[in-house]
Structures are given as structure tokens and as C-alpha cells.
Design a protein around this ligand. Structure first.
Ligand code: C2E
Ligand code: MG
Ligand code: MG
Length: 647
């Protein structure tokens, strides 16, 4: 007997033979609230429901059944010991009964006397011996699926009163909403693991990426202080990836890369670290070399292993790589220097006729210096360009799918400012061609100040010209170097004020890796910027190596999912899982989630299915000169260009 029944036996209930114990109901609701702040599992919630109901209602037992992983038959998650448990176990083993019917139909099933309905002959025969009579089974439904069934048992044949039914349904609904929360949380966790793995591993070959490799090289070099010897880096470049892509297609190119990764893996020791730096570049870290020459032996073994032909697009082909080697016995050497020495040696191997290895020496070093000179020239030209007014901002719309097309003006949620260089001889250069040089040459603060002022000026100019059709927000990219400059918040405040711009219309785009790598400086700078009313967006979301938890500490209003996820969306389930988890997380935390790099209608369609609301990319609109964009703002063509996707 439950506590509720025992109590009502001593003190007659006010509203009838069976009553809802409202104090117990309040206590159960409190317990639920306390549980969900902890690390609760789906089974925890279901068990809590079962035991809670048994406390609240004047019944002789309660139980909860849930579908098995493979679907079909139900299993018992919770049952009050005694007759209720006995009936549940019978239903579980026989695969029939009121709970199964409630589950299959999605409707509540109530029977007055289980022993005489004639519906479940096998169950009824045995239930007689157990003594259970009345059964009420309440299905638990949410998000279009059934999560389980709540069952209430009585030894007499009294049906549930309306009040009891209402209490049972309330508790079942409450538990179901917590189940949904738990499922969402588990999905977000899986996505977080996936993000962490992707950030440190190449999706194609599953090899560690640049960041992890450099960590390991630094570690190995530092170890030379304790244990003298040599550390080597092999820098491998595939000689014919581009040809393979062009001749046989990208799938064949991918096969080539995975084959090379496997062959190289097989040619080195299991403890040697093999990583992919991107494109057709691989690197190997060799620790504990007895002599520098031993690295050459490993390089030769790799070259030999790659000569064995393999099948590609139905043909037997073999491939070659060019390998550069650099070694050191100096614990003060840096990982950057060692890898870049191996890199320049690799160039020499390529020049010398491919399919071979070269060891770094002074001559390669001179070649490296020549490249530095080219970089210095670029920086000098860029310094001039900044003063001579050769820089210009192009703007790429970020479109709000929910606002368009009914409200065409609001279809443009914001525009992102992207800097371009009208180079006197090389044409219009995209940011990607010179931003790194600006950072390396110490120009980025000046360039950033110009970009910010120009973007604010343009936004107010559009206001004057276009009124309500002017973009409401401008997004401006800020590099990590600018973020770590203590003058940044003051500069932003001055610029916004000078243009009389509402600070909420300005969003600064920062990259997660920038913030994570300098948390102490950047977090306070970001808080100062936020205090002005200026908004923040995390750009290239998902490409850093931070956990979701740490990213959420950044006071950003917008997350911009990186293009690499968008590109993988059609064929790659992991990419879709990450995008949908970020969307879910963003929406729950009231962040605006913008998906970048939308290049075609299929991607837009897939994003729409995932519930994405804000998109950016060539398919929606290219980055454009303000004069061209003005035309679009007056009569937005991207809505027509999407060939009526149906929203
Ligand atoms: P981002 O902020 O992630 O900008 C997106 C880049 O992707 C831009 O390249 C844009 O032209 C390009 N893009 C836009 N839609 C698509 C698409 O559908 N497919 C593909 N494949 N690409 C698309 P861009 O202009 O060369 O800029 C490269 C990066 O340089 C930017 O990445 C941003 O990090 C940086 N950058 C651009 N302008 C500035 C600036 O004014 N200041 C600073 N500090 N960095 C800037
Ligand atoms: Mg950006
Ligand atoms: Mg981006």
C-alpha cells in the first residue's frame, strides 16, 4: 500500500474514496526540479516519475515502461515492488497487455478488471494470481514520438478519478519534457566531443592537425634537455594531388590522400607522430634519433612504400612525394623553426625532381630568406596602399530566412564588411591574400582602425540614402592582434560616437582561437566592448580547439558556424550533427546562429530543414562594392535567386 492510501485510511479523504495528495504532489515536483539540475539520465527521470506517482496517488503501485533500443517490445524501467512489479514483468516477457496497447495506439488505456477483459488471454490468466485488478496506462508523448508509458495499478477495481487522471497526466508530461531536455543535452555533448575531435583531427584521414603536431614537436624538443639525442621532422608534399583531382575527380584525390596516410603510417614506428597540415602536406615527428642520418633512412622507407602501385578509378597508379628533413639536438630550438626548415628542404626536393628527399642546409636557408623578402615587399606595398586609399570595403549580406520574403527589407539581417585591396597591378585582392601579411608586418591595428571607421561611415551613409531599406547592422572582423591591443575598446567607443551610430548596430567578429589563446587580455577587452552596447560574434565557430563550455563564457550574441561544416553538410552526417547541435545550443542560449559558406540551393535546403534562420554565402549574395549592394538593397534579388525554396 502506498503512503497516500495509508494516510487516507486514518483520516478520511475530503473528496472521495481516492484522492490526490497535494502535499506529496508539490514535493514530487520539487524533487523533479532538483534532479534536473544534476547529471540525470533518461532512466533516472523515468524512475522518478514512477516513484513520484506512487507517492501522490492513492494506488497500489506504479510502473514505467519504455521501448527497447531496437523498438518494439517494452522494458520495465521502474516498478513498485510487489503486485505492480509482477504485472509489469509479465507484460515485459509476454509482450502484450494494457501498457503495450497504450504504447502502440498512443492513447491512454484504462481497464477496471485486468482478469476479465478477454483482450490479453496469457496475461490475464497469470494476473489473476497476482491480484491486480484496475490498470491505467498513460502514454508519454513529446516531439512526435513516444518515450514510454506510465502505469498505475489497483488491487480493487476502482478506476482513476478525474483529479487522479489529471495529476497522473501532469506528472507524465513534466517527466516527458525533462526527457526531451536530457536528450538535447546528450546530443549537445556528443557534438562537443565531435567538435573537439574535429578541431584536432583531419576529417579525411583522421590524423592529428597542425596545432596538435606543433605541440608534440615542442614537447619533443624540450625533452632534449633531459635526454640528449636528435629530434627530426619530415615534411612531405604529394607531387600529384592536383593532377589526380583534375583527372579522376575529387573523390579520387581523397582516396589518394587516405592511401598516402596509410602507407606512411605503415612505414614509420607506431610512436612516431604523423599529421596532416592541410592540402597535400603531411609531417612526421621522429623522436629519439641516434644520428641525424637516421631520419634519411625513414624518409627512404616512406618513398619506397609509396612506389607500390594501388588502384585509383579502376587503374593501377603509384604516387610520389617530396620530403624535406630537418633535425636538431638543441633544446632551445623552436617547433616553428624546425618545421619551416623541413618545409624549405621539401621545396628543394621538389625542385630537384620530386619523389626524393633533401636535408635542410644553408642553401635552403637562403631560399627561405628570399621568400621573406617577398613578404617584406608585400608589407611595404600594403603600408603604401593604406595611405594611398587603395583599400575598400565590400559588404556581404547575412540573410534572415524567417523575415524573407514577406518583409523584404528585413530579409537583410546584417552586412559583413570584408576588406579588399585595389592593387595597382594585381587587380582586386580579397582579404585572404593580405590579412596575414598585415598582421605579420604590424599593420593590422591601423588597417583595423580604418575598416571600423569606414564601416560605420558607410552604415550612416546608407541610412541617409535608403532610410528603412538601409542595413540595420554591420559586422566587422577584428583580428586577434587587435583584440589584444589595450586601445581597442577606446577606439571602438570613439569611432561609434564620432559617427553618431547606435552601438547596438555594430557587431565585432572575433575568432574563438583568438579569445581562447589569450583569455586574460581578451575577456576584459570584450567586456568593455559589450558595455558600450556593441555586439560580438564568434567567427569560424567550430574550428578552434576550445570546448563549447569555454566558448559560452565569451559574451557573444552571435555564433557564425564555419564554412567547413557547411561544405560537409550534404554528405557528412557528423557535419549535420554539429550544425544542428550548434543551432540548438544557440537558440536555447538566445544566440543568433549564422551559417556561413552557403554555396548552393541544396545546402540552403538542408539548413532550412535543420531549423537554421540566418545564412551567408555566395549562393545568397556575393560580397559586393557598396554601389552594387545599394541596387540589391532597393530590390533584393537573392530571394528570387534562391529559385523559390518554399519559404
Ligand atoms: P571570414 O570573416 O570568415 O569571412 C568569410 C570569407 O569567406 C570571406 O573571404 C568571404 O569572401 C568568403 N566567402 C563568403 N561567402 C562564401 C561562400 O559561399 N563560399 C566560400 N568559399 N567563401 C565565401 P575574404 O574576404 O577573403 O576574407 C577572409 C578572411 O579574412 C575573413 O574570414 C576574415 O577572417 C578576414 N578579414 C576580412 N576582412 C577583414 C578585416 O577588415 N579585418 C580583419 N582583421 N580581418 C578581415
Ligand atoms: Mg567574418
Ligand atoms: Mg567566418
Amino acid at each position: 500500500m502506498t503512503s497516500a492510501r495509508r494516510r487516507s485510511a486514518g483520516a478520511p479523504a475530503l473528496t472521495g474514496a481516492h484522492d490526490v495528495d497535494t502535499d506529496a504532489l508539490a514535493a514530487v515536483l520539487n524533487d523533479f526540479a532538483a534532479t534536473v539540475t544534476g547529471d540525470f539520465s533518461v532512466d533516472d527521470i523515468l524512475s522518478q516519475l514512477g516513484s513520484g506517482v506512487a507517492r501522490v496517488l492513492d494506488v497500489d503501485g506504479a510502473g514505467v515502461m519504455t521501448p527497447r533500443a531496437g523498438g518494439g517490445v517494452l522494458r520495465v524501467v521502474f516498478a513498485t515492488p510487489g503486485p505492480a512489479e509482477a504485472v509489469e514483468r509479465l507484460e515485459e516477457s509476454l509482450g502484450e497487455g494494457p501498457c503495450h496497447d497504450a504504447y502502440l495506439s498512443g492513447e491512454p488505456v484504462a481497464v477496471d478488471d485486468l482478469t476479465s477483459t478477454g483482450r490479453w488471454p496469457a496475461l490475464e490468466r497469470r494476473a489473476g494470481a497476482v491480484g491486480v485488478r484496475a490498470v491505467t496506462a498513460v502514454p508519454m508523448r513529446a516531439r512526435g514520438r513516444l518515450w514510454g508509458v506510465l502505469n498505475l495499478y489497483r488491487l480493487d477495481s476502482g478506476p482513476l478519478t478525474a483529479a487522479e487522471q489529471a495529476a497522473a497526466t501532469t506528472l507524465a508530461n513534466l517527466a516527458t519534457s525533462y526527457l526531451v531536455v536530457a536528450a538535447d543535452r546528450d546530443a549537445a555533448r556528443n557534438a562537443q566531443d565531435e567538435l573537439a575531435h574535429r578541431a584536432t583531427h583531419d576529417p579525411l584521414t583522421d590524423l592529428p592537425t597542425r596545432w596538435m603536431f606543433f605541440e608534440q614537436v615542442s614537447h619533443a624538443i624540450a625533452g632534449l634537455a633531459r635526454r640528449p639525442g636528435h629530434v627530426g621532422v619530415l615534411f612531405l608534399d604529394l607531387d600529384a594531388l592536383k593532377e589526380a583531382n583534375d583527372t579522376f575527380g575529387h573523390e579520387a584525390g581523397d582516396r589518394l590522400l587516405t592511401t598516402v596516410a596509410e602507407r606512411v603510417r605503415g612505414a614509420v614506428r607506431p610512436t612516431d607522430v604523423l599529421a596532416r597540415l592541410g592540402g597535400d602536406e603531411f609531417v612526421v615527428l621522429l623522436e629519439d634519433l641516434t644520428t641525424p642520418g637516421a631520419a634519411g633512412t625513414v624518409a627512404q622507407r616512406i618513398l619506397d612504400s609509396l612506389r607500390v602501385p594501388y588502384r585509383l578509378a579502376g587503374r593501377a597508379v603509384s604516387t610520389s612525394v617530396s620530403i624535406g628533413i630537418a633535425t636538431t639536438d638543441d633544446p632551445a630550438q623552436t617547433a616553428d623553426a624546425l618545421v619551416s626548415q623541413a618545409d624549405s628542404a621539401m621545396y628543394r626536393a621538389k625542385d630537384a625532381g620530386r619523389g626524393r628527399y633533401e636535408v635542410f642546409d644553408a642553401v635552403t636557408h637562403a631560399a627561405e630568406r628570399a621568400r621573406t623578402t617577398a613578404q617584406e615587399r608585400l608589407i611595404a606595398d600594403l603600408t603604401h596602399a593604406l595611405r594611398a586609399g587603395e583599400l575598400v570595403l565590400h559588404y556581404q549580406p547575412i540573410v534572415d530566412l524567417l523575415a524573407a520574403p514577406a518583409d523584404r527589407e528585413r530579409g537583410v539581417y546584417a552586412v559583413e564588411a570584408l576588406v579588399r585591396w585595389r592593387h595597382p597591378t594585381r587587380g582586386v585582392l580579397p582579404a585572404g591574400a593580405f590579412i596575414d601579411a598585415a598582421v605579420g608586418g604590424g599593420l593590422i591595428n591601423d588597417l583595423g582602425a580604418w575598416v571600423l571607421a569606414e564601416a560605420c561611415r558607410q552604415l550612416t551613409a546608407w541610412d541617409d540614402e535608403l532610410g528603412a531599406r538601409a542595413p540595420q547592422r554591420v559586422f566587422v572582423n577584428v583580428s586577434t592582434q587587435e583584440l589584444t591591443d589595450p586601445r581597442l575598446p577606446g577606439r571602438v567607443a570613439d569611432t561609434v560616437r564620432a559617427h553618431g551610430l547606435d552601438p547596438r548596430r555594430l557587431t565585432l567578429e572575433i575568432t574563438e582561437s583568438g579569445v581562447i589563446s589569450h583569455p586574460e587580455v581578451t575577456v576584459s577587452a570584450l567586456e568593455q566592448v559589450r558595455a558600450l552596447g556593441v555586439q560580438l560574434a564568434i567567427d569560424d565557430f567550430g574550428t578552434g580547439y576550445s570546448s563549447l563550455g569555454r566558448l559560452l563564457e565569451i559574451p557573444a550574441t552571435t555564433l557564425k558556424v564555419d564554412q567547413s561544416f557547411t561544405r560537409g553538410l550534404s554528405g557528412n552526417r557528423d557535419a549535420a550533427a554539429v550544425v544542428s547541435a550548434v543551432l540548438l545550443l544557440g537558440h536555447n542560449l538566445r544566440r543568433t546562429v549564422v551559417v556561413e559558406g552557403v554555396e548552393n540551393a541544396e545546402t540552403l535546403e538542408a539548413l532550412h530543414e535543420l531549423g537554421c534562420t540566418h545564412v551567408q554565402g555566395y549562393f545568397v549574395s556575393m560580397p559586393q562594392h557598396p554601389d552594387e549592394l545599394r541596387v540589391q538593397l532597393v530590390d533584393p534579388p537573392w530571394l528570387a535567386a534562391t529559385a523559390d525554396p518554399g519559404y
